[in-house]
Unconditional design. Structure first.
Lengths: 172, 410
């Protein structure tokens, strides 16, 4: 199955949703609107011919200074045609919310939690949108571009009072 | 679909603290000998039966993706070793292929063949650690000693080619870090010749061992549909009967030209995973022989791309050519600049589909790197497989899924 066949079928079913088509490096990458994400995903998963049953990867990118600022990138894989499809959805800074795919693909659960934890992109209707890699009391989302690389001073007995005084959790 | 839910630790701890449940909530890890790293499990127990289990990860998070954004593309290779520390060369390959996709550069045949050979050796080495620790968890001590004996030979080969036993960083963007040494072929030949007999030894110890069968057959079975839904990949998925392998489906570095089979299981239980991985080691040996045969007919020295914008020129050129000197200077002070865009590449690592998503903004440093870490996503299937089993089976299940916590947390 080649990119064109897939593209033609998606365009026929969803004429108005695809806003950008990118076929560089031989991969098919489509940008779709946030509102249509769930419908497109369900259609791709349940389609008798295409069968994109495997959600390979979910991740986010922070394009600081661009609108929409955030982009969620999905990679779907079809075990029937051995074809990979990339879908991208934008989310503005003021409202960084994207519908969760956990209802369609249970594997999205932790991957969405990771994107939430590290980038602050929220996934509506996610069963437990909590931090997964960073500590629960962490403030901020480290993979955002406005978070500096930064260094943490290591706390020992002799300097922990001074270090902890700057930590938000010490003030509680 | 409800059996595929993945509870978070608080889901189990909070009701227990309020005294709403009769069952016992037990904390297992983060420091526990059979969690294979810093993995914490909150286990809801009814007697000895697991009612539910919530994996808690992140204790080993080192911000590799964030750190990479401040390294040049070539320097970031070093960080990939640190994720899956049992298969560093597979990580190198996944990352390097994504960057090469962005750059669209040609890689010499010799480099590609060496990559095939070394990643297959990595697969064998990684499976040996899995086999040894898995058997050790189920109280078969001797297998561990045998498996590590052979793994030592593989690490010696890595040391021979790269100078490092584990953190190899041997695959670079454009090819290899240096050419293969002269005594590479006989060393690998010696290992591969003896290894066939070694696999038979492991099988003699385990395959028909009643104690092993008792602990593994029918335990933690998962269906093919559930495996796909939960994103389980690698030998875990093949054991469930899904005949998939990135090396066959979306071939990379010339895997389509090698003759090998994809072993597939039937029941998706621990025993099938064991059989699949043992068979994979035999297939890897077969591929390694083919790659070794090809390498012997290829001229040495052709180990990195000839594109001077990506790989530095050889030393002798620098002393004669001004242009080479400039290329060398630019590469080591600034690095190369891939065109603006993004690329995703996935390989079949010993643990499953290892994917790298990379975004370039045209600067010498990656704008964003994301790894689809197979261990991280495989671990989501643990609650589904463990519910209703004994606590002792949970230990066997973790070992059979073969997670590497360095890769889970990144």
């Amino acid at each position: 199955m080649d990119n064109q066949t897939v593209l033609v079928q998606i365009q026929a079913a969803f004429p108005a949703t695809i806003t950008e088509i990118d076929e560089r490096h031989g991969d098919l990458k489509l940008r779709i609107s946030r509102e249509s994400l769930l419908a497109v995903m369900q259609w791709l998963r349940d389609h008798a011919e295409l069968q994109y049953t495997f959600l390979e990867s979910v991740t986010g990118v922070d394009y600081l200074g661009r609108d929409p600022r955030f982009e969620v990138v999905y990679h779907l894989f079809s075990f029937r045609h051995f074809h990979r499809l990339c879908l991208k959805v934008g989310a503005p800074e003021a409202d960084p919310v994207v519908p969760s795919l956990t209802g369609l693909f249970p594997t999205a659960n932790w991957q969405e939690r990771e994107a939430y934890d590290l980038l602050g992109i929220e996934f509506s209707d996610h069963p437990a949108l909590q931090r997964i890699l960073m500590p629960d009391d962490w403030i901020g989302h480290p993979l955002r571009k406005d978070v500096p690389l930064g260094y943490e001073e290591v706390a020992f007995t002799f300097n922990q009072d001074r270090i902890y005084a700057h930590k938000p959790f010490a003030k509680e | 679909m409800s059996t595929l839910t993945i509870p978070s630790p608080q889901d189990l701890v909070a009701p227990a603290q309020r005294g709403e449940r009769e069952s016992m909530v037990l904390n297992m890890g983060p420091h526990h000998p059979s969690t294979h790293g810093v993995l914490r499990l909150v286990v809801d127990l009814d007697g000895e039966t697991v009612v539910d289990v919530a994996p808690d990860v992140g204790f080993l998070h080192t911000g590799i993706e964030k750190t990479m954004e401040s390294k040049t593309y070539q320097k970031a290779v070093v960080l990939t070793d640190r994720m899956d520390y049992l298969a560093p060369l597979s990580n190198n390959l996944s990352y390097v292929l994504a960057v090469e996709k962005l750059l669209e550069c040609e890689i010499p045949e010799r480099a590609q063949t060496a990559r095939v050979l070394l990643t297959e050796l990595t697969r064998i080495g990684s499976h040996l650690v899995w086999l040894g620790t898995h058997a050790l968890d189920l109280a078969a001590m001797s297998v561990f000693l045998y498996a590590f004996r052979e793994r030592e030979q593989i690490l010696d080969i890595f040391e021979l080619v790269s100078g490092a036993r584990m953190m190899t960083s041997y695959f670079r963007v454009g090819g290899l870090a240096y050419d293969l040494p002269a005594d590479f072929s006989p060393t690998v030949q010696l290992f591969l010749d003896g290894f066939g007999r070694n696999i038979d030894e492991y099988e003699d110890l385990l395959t028909n061992n009643p104690l092993w069968l008792e602990r593994t057959v029918g335990v933690g079975a998962i269906t093919a549909d559930n495996a796909i839904a939960l994103g389980l990949t690698g030998a875990n998925m093949r054991a469930a009967g899904v005949s998939y392998d990135m090396r066959k489906m979306v071939p990379y570095i010339g895997y389509e030209t090698y003759d090998f089979e994809v072993p597939v299981g039937k029941n998706g239980d621990i025993y099938d995973r064991y059989l699949v991985r043992i068979a994979e080691m035999r297939q890897s040996r077969k591929i390694a022989y083919q790659a070794l045969e090809r390498l012997q007919h290829m001229p040495s020295g052709d180990y990195v791309t000839h594109d001077r914008k990506i790989a530095p020129p050889p030393k002798h050129e620098i002393t004669h050519s001004m242009e080479s000197l400039i290329h060398h200077f630019k590469l080591w002070t600034e690095g190369f600049k891939p065109p603006i865009g993004d690329a995703y590449s996935a390989i079949e690592s010993p643990r499953g589909i290892h994917g790298t998503y990379i975004v370039s903004d045209g600067s010498p440093k990656p704008y964003r790197v994301h790894f689809r870490a197979p261990s991280f996503i495989n671990l989501q299937a643990l609650p589904h497989m463990a519910r209703g089993r004994y606590l002792a089976d949970l230990v066997a299940l973790i070992a059979s899924m073969d997670p590497v916590l360095g890769e889970v947390d990144r």
